[in-house]
Design a protein around this ligand. Sequence first.
Ligand code: UD1
Ligand code: MG
Length: 426
Amino acid sequence: MIKSIILGAGKGTRMKSETPKVLHTIFDKALLGYVIEAVNATNLVDENYIIVGHQAEEVENYVKTNYENSKCILQNPQLGTGHAVSMALPFLKDFDDDVVILCGDTPLITAETLKEFIEYHKSGNSDITVMSAIFENPANYGRIIRNSDNTLNSIIEEKDATAEQKSVNEINAGIYCVNWGKIKTAFSELKTNNAQGEYYLTDIIKWGNENKLRVNAYTLKNNEEIFGINSKANLAEAYKLLNNRVINKHLTNGVTIIDPSTTWISPETEIGSDTVIYPSCYINGRNKIGSHCKIGPFAHLRGDVILEDYVKIGNFVEVKKTTIKSHTNACHLTYLGDSEIGTNVNIGAGTITANYNPLTKVKSKTIIKDNVKIGSNSVLVAPVTIEEGANVGAVGVITKNIPSWALAITRSPLKIVENWVSRALK
Ligand code: UD1
Ligand code: MG
């Protein structure tokens, strides 16, 4: 197994935020989390070293809580990408296999591409492989400079490039695979005699050539994968790109999505075929939606939602941490949280599971068994169980368990005052 080094010490000034750049989220997962998960999903890397600097503590806490195979290393001060990678030297003293190096702010990189990239490096017996990409507008990227025989010569940063070099449209994607044993010594030889006065990681290409190492480039097929986040505008764009990827996967798998442009589905949502997603739905977190379901328009699934087949979640319905068995409907204006709902249940319009006690801050469960009918505008005050087949009359405020096949009514009887209006108008 090889190792990875993920760079994330930079400040991210253009995000104009109190949150560290790599902890900004898409569907509630940090940008850095996407990168770590893509690396882990290659099944080729067993340990990740995350280089942290700005707001290091917050990033370190995030990594510690979420990724046990990942360790943060502090880089302070930040003297450039080459300096950043060298921070891992003491941790990889005796390691001499390959290391993949990437950035923590490119959440769209996929495990498939990384796997192909690492395998390309290994099968070519490379010592250094850099990922390149062809960009119509290469501005701001380091340019890949090749020799006349097409072999790699060096990478030149835009700020150091001549006009001729700037016209090259093959760029450095910022992802590398290196034989650590062979390039370890490069870091003590990097210089800062460049436009930014930094230790450039990119200089390892030239160094590799000078030291007779095998240096290669792998060209990325889909440029979207190295889309980097530097601003809130970039973040919004990446959100949309990731969402489009998820939507296309579901469309291919036979899910009907009426309006992809207003539908948001997190990558961790599974959906069965012939389910229809109506416009303006936001589906976040980890969910499993069966086949032949109808979701929306204007539905909000907040995660940990499991819907069996033929479930209907209609407009202005919010569902969180809830399991719903087949053929159950919650069609209008409803909140279902921390609930277990059986099959063939009808949840009337305006039903609320009151799952949270704001005084004790305790969340409790609502259990609704098979064939139950909940009348409109009811509040089910959890913890509460509605046993099989029971009916709750409209406007029920249910604070006790309801036995099977019973009727629960909590409203006061209807009173009709004859001719009240005509008298009042006199
Ligand atoms: C870098 C490459 C450039 C490439 C581009 C791809 C260098 C010198 N240039 O440029 O060729 O086209 O990425 O996106 O490497 N970082 C640290 N510590 C530091 C400096 C940077 O951890 O001291 C991290 C940043 O947080 C960021 C990454 O390294 O995640 C890249 O740094 P950045 O300054 O954005 O490099 P670029 O100028 O974009
Ligand atoms: Mg820079």
